[in-house]
Design a protein around this ligand. Structure first.
Ligand SMILES: Cc1ncc(COP(=O)(O)O)c(C=O)c1O
Length: 411
């Protein structure tokens, strides 16, 4: 399956040299304890931070090129055509009808999470998160002076040796019943558990949240990164009450590799909540856009963007199949991947802290993965699948070689 040639309209195979481009993934600071020479760094394969090594789609590059050639980059106001593009995209691709008056933008989904938490929480209150989960959830909550309240996901082993996760609804009910926990920060699709929550799971979340008056903040940044054949349900579409009691956050930045252009959407139908969120966004001075973010996203939310995404997802799931093959007959169970481009691998057999595994793989194999500890579970590592398959194949060969050596050492 991994060797099958697929006729592609777009290029997902060319390796782009990203070194010395101010790229966090390739040029960023190495983890503590790792020292690499410049020559070693030039051979390093980064499979860590959630950023893709694919060039942005040609129609996005072209829109930006035209804007660069205009040559003036002054203060920017976001035109109505941007909102129209977002509304059309979600209506046509996801049957989610967003109203213009529900929308705000800011400079990223993480800043949006912080702004929403600040606007809608009580000082020192609890925010429920379903762990393991995206590391910035922990830091946003902490930085807003709030308490992270874990409702751990339940691991389910699958007959093929992989595993998956389910929500613990009983625990969720219990956490929501505590009035100190006013907010549930939901990740849909879930990073790093790889779940694309079903409509019925989300409807159950909505029902629990409504019964207890818990506000749901749904981070849906990974919504386009879904396994071919699988369907993403916007939280807003899972139940008859839609976004009542909820705020939804999204951006095409993750799926179109435009995170550096800094633009994300807050979708909030409640006018009073929206006004409070807007106030925080303004107070924190995260309300200004740049001339590139909205243009790139308008170009992305088009029929060509849809075709590009469909091919991207084919490549990601081809790489995931390669990862599963690489781990076959190894003592490292792989999490089933329904969404995101982030694979979650159980390395508990090594009995080592995940940061030490990350360090070992980078120092000795020149491959960089993420330690699971960042996401609240030290028994795992996270591997980024979003790069040309040839690069990924080499990266995985190094990961497996390094883990095998650690296994031998652990015996
Ligand atoms: C769930 C989730 N939310 C938000 C982000 C980052 O959002 P932004 O770059 O727009 O701040 C990520 C990045 O990986 C993520 O996984």
């Amino acid at each position: 399956m991994t060797n099958k040639k697929i006729q592609m309209e777009f290029d997902f195979e060319s390796a782009i040299d990203r070194r010395h481009s101010g790229c966090y993934k390739w040029d960023g600071p190495l983890p503590e304890g790792v020292v690499l020479t410049e020559e070693e760094r030039s051979r390093m394969i980064p499979l860590w931070v959630a950023d893709m090594d694919f060039k942005a789609a040609p129609f996005i590059v072209e829109a930006l090129r035209r804007r660069v050639e205009h040559g003036i980059f002054g203060y920017t106001c976001v035109p109505e055509s941007y909102y129209e593009a977002v509304i059309r995209w979600f209506s046509e691709r996801h049957a989610f009808q967003i109203r213009r008056e529900w929308m705000l933008y800011t400079i990223g989904v993480v800043p949006a999470i912080s702004a929403v938490l600040k606007a809608l929480s009580e000082p020192g209150g609890g925010v429920i998160i379903q762990t393991p989960v995206y590391n910035a959830f922990f830091s946003c909550i902490r930085n807003c002076g709030l308490q992270a309240v874990a409702s751990p996901l339940i691991r389910k082993d699958l007959p093929d040796g992989r595993f998956t996760y389910e929500m613990d609804f009983e625990d969720l009910e219990h956490r929501c019943s505590d009035p100190a926990n006013r907010i549930l920060l939901l990740c849909n699709p879930h990073n790093p558990a790889g779940r694309v929550w079903t409509a019925s799971e989300l409807a159950r979340v909505s029902e629990i949240a409504r019964r207890h008056g818990t506000i749901v903040v749904a981070d849906e940044i990974h919504c386009e990164l879904v396994r071919p054949g699988k369907r993403y349900t916007p939280y807003a579409c899972a139940s008859a009450v839609g976004l009542e009691g909820a705020v939804l956050l999204n951006s095409p930045s993750k799926s179109f590799n435009t995170a550096g252009l800094q633009m994300a959407n807050v979708i909030c139908p409640d006018p009073a909540w929206k006004a409070r969120i807007d106030r925080v966004i303004n107070d924190w001075e995260i309300c200004e856009s740049n001339p590139f973010g909205y243009l790139a996203h308008e170009a992305a939310y088009t029929p060509e963007g849809a075709r590009w995404l469909d091919e991207l997802n084919t490549v990601i799931w081809r790489n995931y199949a390669l990862l599963c093959e690489s781990f076959q007959s190894q003592p490292f169970p792989v999490c089933e991947l329904e969404g995101t481009y982030l694979a979650w691998v159980d390395t508990s057999t090594l009995g080592m802290p995940s940061a030490a595994i990350e360090q070992e793989l980078l120092q000795h194999e020149l491959v960089w993965v993420n330690a699971g500890q960042m996401y609240g579970d030290d028994r795992f590592i996270r591997i980024n699948l979003a790069c040309p398959t040839a690069q990924f194949r080499e990266g995985m060969a190094r990961v497996v070689k390094g883990l095998k050596r650690l296994c031998a050492r652990a015996r």
